[in-house]
Ligand binder design. Sequence first.
Ligand code: ZN
Length: 142
Amino acid sequence: MINGIQGTMGIDDSGLMGVTGVPGNYLNELREIKFLLLEGKYKAISAYKIPDDFWNWLQCPNCGLRPLIWEFNNGSSTACGCGENEYKNFSIYAESIMSYVTRNNGSAMGYNHKKLRENWNHWVLTLEELETHESLREQGKW
Ligand SMILES: [Zn+2]
């Protein structure tokens, strides 16, 4: 019986093999987020990913999900369960690293890699957007 139980647990955990840096008490939540993703609870295209430190991102006050993030050279935004569909989703934004580099003579020095998380968590706590899509564009940031 004990062997059977261990075997089952091994199968359950196999999807998490290779995940590093995730505190043990968050492994179940990581599994849950992956299920929610598969169930289509997130309004997000597949380019959005679970943050490496997802437990540091507060849960959306409207849908209860921790956000996925799209953080590439040319963009930085969140996606949760809010919005009409995967293409018209609610997002919190931050300036992308490429935009920052372009504005700073090719240097990434000083770029705040945590800005998107800060903007997201601030919005969750206050419902205030520190940097709206429009405000970023008006400042020549994207
Ligand atoms: Zn939401």
